[in-house]
Design a protein around this ligand. Structure first.
Ligand code: GTP
Ligand code: MG
Length: 196
């Protein structure tokens, strides 16, 4: 897919304030620092479009980006960041839950997983919840440039085997690197196919 235009639309903490749900929407979610904002920049080819930081917890609001005037990409705040107070974690939960279960144009959630780590309870639980709520999602493994392809494949195989213990049908998965652009065509191709 050719990205002709990608621009920031709005930041919100309330579902009701999000843009009119009049086109397909894809949201990035995952642990703090997993690389959501970086992936958004890599996919759109616009460095600096979404704010990146080596400090976890950079993204705190629901950020909408309009792509080609046809679909929305959404950068969500990460979960599982230890240095966050209980009350802000509860606020996060409320905001994200409302967004995930009530955003009517939400076409697919991309759950980002660090390709270097074995399955983590917080991610598995998050995907379980998506399944229970009937929210369509795919798994996106990030930062594959940080290790050998062999190591990535081993970890992904382990991950899928773990998912196979609870899921009858495995969700689709993608391997990506925001450093090298690996996975860009595959993920954009998937979005194009679903949008059609
Ligand atoms: P929060 O908004 O805090 O939840 O984080 P995020 O998931 O948006 O992560 P972000 O994109 O800000 O990236 C976190 C750190 O990981 C930054 O230092 C990025 O440069 C780095 N990073 C992200 N993706 C990649 C990747 O594919 N390869 C490498 N080598 N580094 C990456
Ligand atoms: Mg971010």
């Amino acid at each position: 897919m050719l990205i002709r235009d990608a621009h920031f639309v709005s930041s919100n903490t309330q579902l009701a304030a999000c843009p009119t749900p009049d086109r397909p929407e894809y949201a990035f979610i995952g642990r703090s620092n997993v690389g959501k904002s970086s992936l958004l920049n890599m996919l759109t080819g616009r460095n600096g479009l979404a704010k990146i930081s080596s400090t976890p917890g950079k993204t705190q609001v629901i950020n909408h980006f309009m792509i080609n005037d046809e679909w929305y990409l959404v950068d969500l705040p990460g979960y599982g960041y230890a240095r966050v107070s209980k009350s802000s974690r509860a606020d996060w939960g409320k905001m994200i839950n409302a967004y995930l279960t009530r955003r009517e144009n939400l076409t697919c959630v991309c759950v980002l997983l660090d390709s270097r780590h074995p399955p983590q309870a917080v991610d598995l639980e998050f995907m379980e919840k998506l399944g229970e709520d009937g929210v369509p999602f795919v798994m996106v493994f990030t930062k594959t440039d940080k290790q050998s392809a062999t190591r990535t494949n081993e970890l992904v195989t382990t991950y899928l085997a773990k998912m196979g213990e609870t899921w009858d049908e495995l969700p689709r998965h993608f391997l990506t690197s925001s450093e090298t652009g690996v996975g860009r065509e595959e993920l954009l191709g998937f979005i194009e196919e679903v949008n059609r």
